[in-house]
Design a protein around this ligand. Structure first.
Ligand code: URA
Length: 430
């Protein structure tokens, strides 16, 4: 099979067969396909797209390029969740223990952050001693012992995706719905789950800026999952202001723990985490209807069983569970800086991308993959969209160590004279 023919077929709007796609991905994994030919094919896919059978073939070829986890020895329907990434998104830390406490095995793989968005694995790194890179045996053992397993994706899972993503990153070919779909779904299928809830973020702080693109990505991922026999559901959610109040790794652990302890239950972060957990329960057979699932989720928080799972999971994986009750054991910061309102009015909008970039500058995120994180720094967002603020009122608190970060762009917050309603967080369910 000649790579030239694949590139020519896609460039001229043709379809690639599953065999052609498998042969390309095998060549990428083995290092026998020249990078310029893969780059040309990626660009052709960006322009011409792929239909569902092609996207499924790419997903399966990338899944099979490395290790596949076998979770069948653990009883039950194993449920995972994927978020396309947002600012302050710590829903995984909240919903994982809740789902497990409701009796549905929750087997999740998570990523590290890059640029303005954080990563779950980085947040866990703030918990002293906690192991975040588990091999297959340790992953299954955590799932058996606590009902919950959550690990970084190890290097032996989907190596073809890692190589192709690196190439996409430098050839402006990341933004392609079939390529994103295959990249995400390959890793999820390799992780061995039986059911998957997708949180596709939409808005200024997200990968997908428009509802049309977010919907198309959600539909493509659901179609590929279903074609493979996976139980799958997608929620399209708004990402305009940061999710919850905290941006920064240790700070986000604290906020998630507070929600698991029953605090801030009416905030956007709790509402979204509880809804995603409820969808996971339904797919995992733990509830028949949404109201039933939501009742079970609320009970697992109220009776302390979800927090109990989180403590047990941290201890099982080498972490210090006392840090979940004594936050002084988590990484901290030496000083704070306050940003105050220059005028009175109502908060109309927030630029969460700007806030994510500021947190990155303070050391909470990575500019490049090699950057070292400062786990104790971050930002606390003191106001929400729709809130009335007075001149001089606190808007942000920056938690700093060595770095100050660059000044905020004036557009990070819009304060206007007219009252405004906070926007709905759930845009669509697919
Ligand atoms: N996240 C992924 O894992 N892959 C993509 O292609 C984009 C976002």
């Amino acid at each position: 099979m000649r790579m030239y023919d694949l590139i020519y077929t896609k460039k001229t709007g043709g379809r690639l067969s599953a065999e052609q796609i498998a042969s390309w991905v095998a060549g990428v994994t083995a290092g026998t396909v020249p990078e310029e030919q893969s780059a040309a094919l990626l660009m052709a896919i960006c322009w011409r797209g792929m239909d569902t059978p092609e996207t499924l073939a790419l997903t399966l070829a990338m899944r099979d390029s490395g290790l596949r986890l076998d979770l069948s020895p653990v009883p039950g329907i194993k449920v995972d969740k994927h978020s396309t990434g947002g600012v302050g998104d710590k829903t995984t830390l909240v919903l994982g223990p809740i789902v497990a406490a409701c009796g549905v095995p929750c087997a999740m793989f998570s990523g590290r952050g890059l640029g303005h968005t954080g990563g779950t694995v980085d947040k866990y790194a703030a918990i002293p001693g906690l192991r975040v890179e588990l091999d297959a045996e340790a992953f299954r053992a955590s799932l058996r012992a606590t009902g919950f397993a959550n690990s970084a994706q190890t290097a032996d899972i989907c190596p073809a995706d890692r190589k192709l993503y690196a190439l996409r990153d430098v050839t402006a070919t990341v933004e392609s719905i079939p390529l994103i779909t295959a990249s995400i779904m390959a890793k999820k299928l390799a992780g061995g789950c039986d059911a998957l809830v997708l949180d596709v973020k939409c808005g200024g702080g997200a990968f997908m800026k428009s509802i049309e693109d977010a919907r198309a990505l959600a539909q493509a991922m659901v179609a590929v999952g279903q074609a493979h026999g996976l139980r799958v559901k997608a929620l399209v959610t708004r990402m305009e202001e940061p999710l919850g109040r905290a941006i920064g790794n240790a700070m986000e652990v604290m906020e998630a723990v507070e929600i698991l302890k029953g605090l801030h239950g009416d905030g956007d972060l709790a509402r979204m985490s509880f809804r995603l957990a409820a969808e996971m329960l339904i797919l995992g057979g733990g509830a028949g209807t949404l109201p039933e699932a939501e009742t079970r989720v609320a009970a697992a928080v109220a009776d302390g069983s979800a927090m109990g799972v989180f403590r047990a999971w941290v201890a099982h994986n080498g972490g210090d569970p006392t840090a979940l009750d004594d936050f002084s054991l988590l990484p901290g910061c030496r000083r704070t800086v306050t940003v105050r309102a220059e005028a009175a009015g109502f908060v109309q909008a927030m630029d969460s991308r700007a806030l994510g970039l500021l947190a990155m500058e303070l050391g909470a995120g990575r500019r490049s993959r090699q950057d070292q994180l400062d786990l104790g720094v971050g930002i606390r967002v003191e106001v929400r969209v729709g809130q009335r603020v007075e001149t001089g009122q606190k808007l942000l608190t920056l938690y700093c160590n060595d770095r100050d970060g660059s000044p905020l762009p004036p557009s990070w917050i819009t304060i206007g004279p007219h009252p405004c309603e906070p926007a709905l967080w759930l845009l669509e369910s697919i």
